[in-house]
Design a protein around this ligand. Sequence first.
Ligand code: TZP
Ligand code: MG
Length: 217
Amino acid sequence: MRFKDSLRLYFVMGSQDCPGENPVEVLKQAIQGGITCFQFREKNSRLNGRETVELGKELQKICREHNIPFIVNDRVDLALILDATGVHIGQEDLPADEVRRLIGPDRILGVSAETLEEARRAFADGADYIGVGPMFSTSSKPDAGEPVGPAAVRHIRQQMGHRYPIVGIGGITPDRAPEVVGAGADGVAVISAISKASSPLGAAKQFLQLMGNSTKL
Ligand code: TZP
Ligand code: MG
């Protein structure tokens, strides 16, 4: 399977995203529901460094057992410590070309991009995929800015062509996922619609069901 195909249902989560629940159990359920990629995103969390590594190892083990790529958010150091599949960085993080040098040619590099210019630059710097968002308003990332909507995906896809893997992120629920892939995204990246669902398994299944095989371009 090409990495592009792993972007179909990309679950993003840290302990802060599943209050009162065990992140390990949430991830197990999401995998049973059919997620195709996982990102460990521990943000403003109450875990110290050692606890973060421990949780990362546990989550990674589950991903390995199910052949799910394990991507670490922001932290190249943590990605290297865990020997992760890859790392995902934002525009405010370390420059993508420097991160590519640090992680080597074989790990996956994801970069957040809102505009065509950021998208072009990310791929020129060595990104394997970009995350475009926020698609819709979200409460999972307080500094996310105004939604750019599926139109941003459509614009980048139209200008850049088919080759470049794109995932939409931000405020995506199962019923809105088809709009995002319809605009040309390879998939959707999701936090709360899975992590805070009464059934993460059911939510993941619903995403896949509603997205079906829908792609537009
Ligand atoms: N980057 C842009 S929006 C966002 C991130 C990490 C948050 C997505 O969370 P949710 O709960 O799926 O809206
Ligand atoms: Mg970041």
